[in-house]
Design a protein around this ligand. Structure first.
Ligand code: SF4
Ligand code: SF4
Ligand code: SF4
Length: 308
């Protein structure tokens, strides 16, 4: 069978994306998600954050991502450039000038927001992304076919893709430390934060706490809990002293943000793409995925034979 290389695979995926994007810009449906009233969340109080980046270090080490000593994370040189989460850093902290007090910059930690109605879940055509009852949005690497619809759909531009991985590229993002929380633990970043800028707890309770902080400190906080309502609500929510626009939070309405990719998924059915074409399309993706996994296995076998 003819080998398909990474470039061909990506080109094929892009062609599908472009073709699909033309179908519609209006989502036709949002799949049901499991939304437990007791689901958990994190309240990020940016007025407490000191920009130590311990959370970045803890996130890496708890996910087996190589990280230098924690002291190296205290270097504030990184704040010269705005950073986004990546394949090897599921969370990043940025720094903004504080217009009210230049001695106290505003530090903001970013990661997946763990949306209540996640566009990534809606967009994923093979069900690799799921919203869990406890609030986490996780994904199954084995189901992922690398189509990257989740990346296009995400209203916060969170999932990243291993473009540099030729054989088995994966999607990466914060998983809300699902393996820890499912056993009653707390996320690694929350656990290490030295100033309690991150509070983990039931989402409803976090909203109550946030409202109370705003009520008691009207001059300190903006009267807005970011994530309480944006895109239908997120598990991670923020309090700040500055405008969210200034801190580069995207402006979103309360309605869910299914994104263009979901339109592809639902547009197929809404606009009667002939079933044969659909099967050919999905078949193509599945074949590429299968072949990719075969290549990985072959390479691993070759490596094992070489070391014998
Ligand atoms: S922020 Fe993006 S990746 Fe995270 S749950 Fe929401 S849509 Fe999915
Ligand atoms: S919840 Fe876990 S995966 Fe997400 S940013 Fe915190 S440490 Fe990282
Ligand atoms: S560990 Fe806490 S204080 Fe330090 S950067 Fe992260 S959120 Fe801010």
């Amino acid at each position: 069978m003819k080998n398909i290389n990474r470039r061909d695979f990506l080109r094929f995926s892009s062609a599908l994306t472009v073709a699909g994007a033309g179908l519609s810009t209006t989502a036709k449906a949002v799949p049901d998600n499991i939304l437990s009233p007791d689901r958990m969340g994190v309240l990020v109080d940016t007025t407490h954050c000191v920009g130590c980046r311990n959370c970045e270090w803890a996130c890496k080490t708890s996910h087996g991502i190589p990280a230098e000593d924690i002291e190296t994370f205290h270097n504030r040189e990184v704040f010269k450039e705005f950073r986004r989460p990546g394949n090897d850093s599921y969370t990043v902290v940025n720094e903004f000038e504080n217009k009210k007090n230049e001695l106290l910059p505003i530090n903001v930690k970013y990661q997946c927001m763990h949306c209540d109605k996640p566009a990534c879940v809606s967009a994923c055509i093979v069900g690799a992304f799921t919203k869990q009852e406890n609030g986490s949005v996780i994904w199954d690497t084995d189901k992922c076919i690398g189509c990257r619809y989740c990346m296009v759909a995400c209203p916060f531009q969170v999932p990243t893709f291993e473009y540099e991985e030729a054989l088995k590229p994966d999607i990466h993002k914060c998983d809300f430390c699902h393996s820890r929380t499912i056993e009653g633990g707390i996320p690694a970043c929350v656990e290490i934060c030295p100033v309690e800028a991150l509070m983990y707890g039931p989402r409803t309770e976090l909203i109550r706490v946030a409202r109370e902080r705003i009520r008691r400190n009207p001059g300190k906080y903006k009267n807005h809990i970011y994530g309480e309502r944006e895109v239908g609500g997120t598990s991670w929510m923020y309090l700040t002293s500055a405008d969210f626009d200034y801190l580069r939070f995207p402006k979103h309405k309360e309605s869910t943000a299914p994104g263009v990719s979901e339109s592809i998924q639902h547009g197929i059915f809404a606009y009667f793409v002939p079933p044969l074409a659909l099967y050919a399309w999905l078949g193509g993706i599945m074949w590429i995925s299968k072949r990719r996994k075969e290549l990985v296995n072959e390479t691993e076998q070759e490596k094992q034979e070489e070391t014998k």
